[in-house]
Structures are given as C-alpha cells and as structure tokens.
Write a protein that binds this ligand. Sequence first.
Ligand SMILES: NC(=O)c1ccc[n+]([C@@H]2O[C@H](COP(=O)([O-])OP(=O)(O)OC[C@H]3O[C@@H](n4cnc5c(N)ncnc54)[C@H](OP(=O)(O)O)[C@@H]3O)[C@@H](O)[C@H]2O)c1
Length: 302
Amino acid sequence: MLMSLYSQLLVTGGSGFFGWALAKHAAKLYDTYFTYCQHRIKISGCQEYHLNLQDSEEIENVLEEIQPNIIIHTAALTNADVCEKRRSMAYDINVTSTTRLAELAEDLGAKFVYISTDLVFDGQQGNYRETDIPKPCNYYGETKLLGEKAVKETVSDYLIIRLSLMYGKSHGKSTCFTDWLRDGLEHQQPVKLYTDQFRTPLLVNDGVRSILKLLEQPVKGETFHLAGRERLNRYEFGKKFAKAFGYDDQYLQPVTMQEVEMSAQRGSDCSLNTQKIQNLLNVKLSDVDSGLRAMRQNGYLK
Ligand SMILES: NC(=O)c1ccc[n+]([C@@H]2O[C@H](COP(=O)([O-])OP(=O)(O)OC[C@H]3O[C@@H](n4cnc5c(N)ncnc54)[C@H](OP(=O)(O)O)[C@@H]3O)[C@@H](O)[C@H]2O)c1
C-alpha cells in the first residue's frame, strides 16, 4: 500500500450520494475529511467541513487547514436540468471551483482524483472507451468535461474517473436513482422509466472499492471508465429492482425520452467500456442482478 494510514484524504461532496459512501469506506484506511454545503451530515471516523464551492476564499481556507495529500473531488451540481437552466451557476460550481481546487492541489503536491461522468459522451455510439472523443449533448456534461480539461492542464498527479449511473444505499438525505424508484413503488405511484436510454449502472460500493484500490496503484495522469458489467435501459433496471425487492412492477411505466419534458437532452447509449480499469485492478464489477442482491443482503430496505 503506497499512501494509506499516514495520508490525509479529503472528499469534497461527502454529503452527496457517492461522496458519503466513499468517505465512509475511506475512513478505514485514511485520516478522512469531507465537505458538505447545504446538507450537514456526520460520517463515523471522518471530520466534516462546510464548503461552498462558489466561495473561493472558503476553498482556500479549507485546504489550508486540512493540507490533504489526496483530494477526491465528487462535489458538483449534478442535476442536468438545473445545469441547463442555470448555466452560470453550473459553470461556477463545476468548472471554476474545480480549476481552483486543482491549482491548490498542485501547490500542496496532492493527488487529485476528479469524479466525472458517462454524460461527457453524446450517446450516439455506446460502449465508450477512454480513447473515444467526448462530445456532451447537455450543459452538465459540458461543464464536467471542462472540469476534466482544467484538471489535466493544472495538476501533475491526477486521475479522472468517469462513472456511470449509480445505484445503491444512500444516507437517506441525498437523492439517488434507486431511492427514487423505491419511493415511487412503495407509495404505489406511477414511475416513468425510459426504454430508449441505455447505461451501464454501477453499484456504488463497487465504485468506492475500485477507487480506493486505484489509489494503491502507482498510476497518475490517466482517465478511467468505471461502470457496471451490464448495459440496459432504465425500464429494464426498474423491472429487476422491483423483482429483487418484491414490489409490484405494474407501477413502472415504460416511456421514451421524447414523451417526458426535460430541459437537458440525454444521450441514448452512454454505456462505458471498463476493460482498462478491470485489467489494472483485477476487480469484478457487478451486473445488475448481483448488485441488487448485494443491496438486499446489506439491508437496503431496513
Ligand atoms: N449519481 C450518479 O449516478 C453519477 C453518475 C455519473 C457521475 N456522477 C458524478 O459523481 C459525483 C457525485 O455525484 P452524486 O450523485 O453523489 O451527487 P449528489 O448526490 O448530487 O451530491 C452532490 C454533492 O455536491 C455538493 N455540492 C453541490 N453544490 C455545491 C456547492 N455549491 N458547494 C459545495 N458543494 C456542493 C453537495 O453538497 P450539499 O448536498 O451538502 O449541498 C453534495 O455533497 C459528481 O461529480 C457527478 O458528476 C454521478
């Protein structure tokens, strides 16, 4: 192990869906700190700091105080429709602050892990490899791609990890795809799911485990795709979810993207090819059935 135990690890966005899972597990290996903005939470073994990414002075103060050796930047404005409508705010949060954090990481000599997205691709091709040229079809994807560019140009020791749509257990206050599905099915409300949007859904704990394993490798200046093993559409995912947790699937409504009003365009096939990370780490990424089984065994509905 190269860095753990003696390293200060900072997770930005620890109050979010992915950041929470990451900080919780990282705390077993590192001195772990995390940031929150509007939703203060506690995570066992970690210390929390308030951080508004739109406040550059606060960014500097938090980094100055923690002096992290590793920064995993998960915080972002993640709602694609909000990004589309509030472009200047999306740019500030997803691009300007990423650039500033990257500059400070470089000054500190810290490793900077930037969490990006499959939505840097337009979805015309699918099964995207790291060598494929990104071409976002909405502003959220555009800002995340600009964040990647800023990181590449600024930090010597960086990793860019593009995640696919994630599912799994949340801390209850953040919103994630599976909590939204569960709430609809539990309340027997119609849940509209796209039949024409394909992704490779990633079990959140597989994502966390892979990133923590990646930190042990002497690898830098690389981009990795991290996703689940199975390509399917949201409706197919919903059917599997309902079956795994014993819900009546009659409330799932198959729809096409055209039938639903949304501000941001979505690509039809943003599935990711994960050969590169699998070869390096020798990890087994779950298909959806085994991912849902793991969630059930870990008491998702309790
Ligand atoms: N979830 C997915 O399926 C998915 C798929 C692909 C890529 N990703 C990427 O993974 C990362 C994490 O996504 P997520 O789904 O976990 O996000 P999320 O649940 O929406 O959480 C976003 C986090 O960012 C923080 N944040 C938002 N605005 C902020 C601001 N102005 N200043 C400081 N912090 C701010 C939030 O803090 P508060 O809540 O405390 O305000 C929260 O901790 C993102 O970079 C996203 O692009 C996610």
